[in-house]
Design a protein around this ligand. Structure first.
Ligand code: SF4
Length: 140
């Protein structure tokens, strides 16, 4: 008889003896499996919570209410953003027209009568409805 057979036979005898004595020999195996399942389930619940929180964070009104864009923000400066379209540097942006403003820009995400609204160019920060920057796209 090989070593493996001797070993299997002794495990079989041990389990049969325990079975006869009313001991559940598979308990430890199931317990370990149960722990692994619990850990996996806990992990998946954790991931699910993170994903839900992330998605909720992206779409939440609180996020949509990001702070107002500062005219001195480096990106705002580079795109010539002004809260008041009449204050745009005409020498630097000769194509700018006074009637162009955030409220009639395709990228403005505020409602028609909102004084401020999010702009994706600035990571959702609030821009003035009367503002303007060089990324202006005329509303169709
Ligand atoms: S991209 Fe449009 S909405 Fe955004 S700041 Fe510039 S002009 Fe305003």
């Amino acid at each position: 008889m090989s070593q493996a057979c001797v070993s299997s036979a002794s495990v079989y005898r041990e389990r049969m003896g325990a079975y006869a004595a009313g001991v559940n020999t598979s308990r430890n195996d199931l317990s370990t499996e149960g722990d692994a399942m619990t850990t996996r389930r806990t992990f998946l619940k954790g991931i699910s919570s993170i994903v839900t929180a992330t998605v909720a964070g992206i779409e939440s009104p609180a996020n949509a209410q990001a702070g107002k864009l500062d005219e001195n923000d480096p990106q705002a400066v580079s795109l010539g953003y002004k809260h008041d379209t009449t204050k745009v540097d005409k020498a630097r942006f000769p194509k700018h027209e006074a009637r162009q403003k955030c409220s009639n820009c395709q990228l403005f995400q505020g409602k028609a009568r909102d004084a401020w609204g999010p702009c994706p160019i600035y990571g959702g920060k609030q821009v003035a409805a009367n503002g303007w920057c060089n990324s202006y796209v005329k509303m169709a």
